[in-house]
Design a protein around this ligand. Structure first.
Ligand SMILES: [Zn+2]
Length: 333
């Protein structure tokens, strides 16, 4: 019995909406390569070698395109997250499907099992490569009104209060406030809570002129002079708990901490924290999207626009704590 494939075009390109459709969409490597080619060159083929624009390129038997102008053989994976991979593209797409179809994401062990990968390191490296594609380059700024505050993530520390922190990572959070709930969020791992760190975050992620709500910390003191409508809530002077006056950041900080603990079981290094924040942002900002297929499409489309990071480079940044000690490094592609 054949399955009916319902397709929904996005900018002229379709995407699967269920796992059944996924297998119909991508029956083999050829289908996967053609999908990638469509995403990279939706209108005409532009040769990365000579820059020549052609209405068509010849396809070779090894999934390469032959530029009709300079006769160079070009892989659609070059310059994308998939560059240089020795594994089938279909397996990569399946990994993206796994990552986007689960509400809370995937950890390396779960991905290894779902895909039947022989190596934990491969699953771990793939997740890290895909996280790097989760933030769209040049994305929009929040319109406001936006709540901004810092939160501290990481292990519990006894005797460290307020803004003093030694081992914990500081994450500054901006939440767009809507009449009925929360809009989009932006997160950043900052080295400290100085005016420079906090102000540059706000100017990068919030639209100039917007209302920005913060507490009375002097790290935010320059926002008014930088063109924001700065509203200060001095929490010490209020009898209500903090979350009543900053419900957005309070809620997002709680969800973030729970997600880091639950999905990643606390196994994060500060070097990789920015990418976990990207994944959390990607999921949070699309939390109301019912179409899981659309998330798949967004991530695969962004993966095409994201430069490849070598596995070696990923490990160079890793504190070994994030990887179980029995895992041998190397060989993941
Ligand atoms: Zn060329």
């Amino acid at each position: 019995m054949g399955e009916v494939t319902e397709v929904r075009p996005v900018g002229g390109i379709d995407y699967p909406c269920t796992l059944g459709e996924f297998f119909t969409f991508f029956p083999d490597e050829t289908a996967c390569h053609r999908y990638l080619e469509q995403l990279r060159w939706p209108n005409r083929f532009i040769c990365p070698g000579c820059g020549g624009i052609s209405n068509q390129a010849w396809r070779t038997s090894r999934h390469l395109l032959l530029c009709p102008k300079c006769r160079r053989q070009v892989s659609a994976t070059a310059g994308t997250v998939f560059e240089g991979t020795r594994k089938p593209l279909r397996l990569w797409y399946h990994a993206i499907w796994e990552l986007t179809s689960q509400k809370y994401g995937a950890n390396a062990l779960g991905l290894q099992r779902a895909l039947g990968l022989g190596s934990y390191v491969t699953a771990w490296a793939w997740l890290h490569k895909l996280r790097r594609a989760m933030v769209r380059p040049g994305r929009d700024r929040l319109f406001g009104p936006a709540e901004v505050d810092e939160s501290y993530v990481g292990g519990e520390e006894v005797g460290v209060h307020g803004r003093q922190t030694i081992k914990k990572a500081i994450v500054v959070i901006a939440v767009e406030m809507k009449r009925h709930g929360f809009g989009r969020i932006r997160l950043r791992h900052v080295p400290d809570v100085t005016g420079d760190s906090l102000t540059s975050f706000v100017t990068d992620v919030v639209q100039p002129g917007a209302v920005v709500q913060t507490d009375g910390w002097n790290g935010y003191a320059k926002l008014q002079s930088l063109g924001f409508e700065h509203e200060v809530t001095v929490l010490q002077n209020l009898s209500d708990p903090a979350h009543v006056h900053m419900p957005g950041v309070h809620r997002v900080a709680a969800l973030l901490k729970r997600w880091l603990l639950g999905t990643l079981q606390g196994g994060i290094s500060k070097e990789h924290l920015p990418y976990y924040l990207d994944e959390f942002t990607f999921r949070f900002n699309r939390r109301t999207s019912r179409a899981r297929g659309l998330l798949f499409y967004r991530l695969i489309n962004q993966a095409v626009q994201t430069e490849h990071t070598s596995t070696h480079e990923l490990f160079a940044k890793t504190i070994t704590k994030a990887i179980p000690s029995h895992v041998k490094l190397g060989g993941a592609k």
